[in-house]
Write a new protein. Structure first.
Length: 234
């Protein structure tokens, strides 16, 4: 049923005009349905923390905001957590929160496709490098190449969580083209639909990820998880 719906949406979008508007409404309805199902399934409790992690596991929380997910993961598994948060106020908050915990390290920069500085639109948990929130202040922040950071830190990543307000597309593309996606055992990602061509970019990424990982659960444009196939560890 889902594949039939997606096919109709693609046809209507390609036709343009009134049918393009119908396709947009169908997409919005599908995303609202996925979110409603996520709420019914209590996904924040039953999906986002449901992993088999040892205390020696390494978790990357990319887009840490105030560190709640990092705290929940650490409380459950006692593992190592690397938190990446470029927003200065949020980063300072997380550092204070975990100041007595040497297993949780906080990095004051965003992960991206190159070493640079960019303007971050400051909007709480919706802060974004990809889009300017109406009326939001902006601040220049440091962006580091995810490939360079992975090589510096060394070793594999048992779980990577991505919630970076639209930058997830380019970051995953960078991991795929570099081959380092194979260093990520579990990938928990929230794709956002406000970026240009979000549907097609996500579709292309799903095909790329399927070469090395398998999708274990999915609530479209809400949260989804990918687990590395055993034969594809780098």
């Amino acid at each position: 049923m889902k594949s039939f719906r997606d096919g109709i949406i693609r046809l209507f979008r390609a036709a343009g005009g009134r049918l393009s508007w119908v396709a947009q409404r169908l997409e919005l309805g599908a995303r609202a349905s996925a979110f409603d199902q996520w709420v019914r399934d209590r996904g924040d409790l039953n999906k986002r923390l449901d992993y088999a992690l040892e205390p020696s596991a390494v978790v990357w929380d990319v887009g840490g905001y105030e560190g709640q997910w990092a705290s929940d993961i650490y409380s459950r598994f006692g593992c190592y957590v690397e938190v990446f948060e470029p927003a200065p106020h949020a980063c300072s908050f997380i550092r204070r929160r975990f100041s007595a915990n040497p297993r949780v390290r906080v990095h004051p920069y965003a992960l991206g496709v190159e070493e640079c500085s960019e303007r971050l639109s400051l909007a709480g948990d919706a802060s974004s490098l990809e889009t300017a929130c109406c009326g939001a202040d902006t601040q220049t922040v440091v962006v580091r190449d995810v490939v360079a950071v992975m090589k510096e830190m060394g070793g594999g990543i048992d779980l990577m969580k991505l919630n970076i307000e639209g930058s997830e597309y380019s970051l995953i593309e960078r991991l795929v083209t570099s081959g380092l996606i194979g260093e990520v055992r579990e990938l928990q990602v929230q794709f956002h639909d406000f970026v240009p061509n979000a549907q097609s970019r996500r579709g292309n990424l799903l095909k790329s990820l399927a070469r090395t990982h398998e999708q274990t659960w999915c609530y479209e444009f809400v949260w989804e998880n990918w687990k590395r196939r055993p034969a594809h560890r780098q």
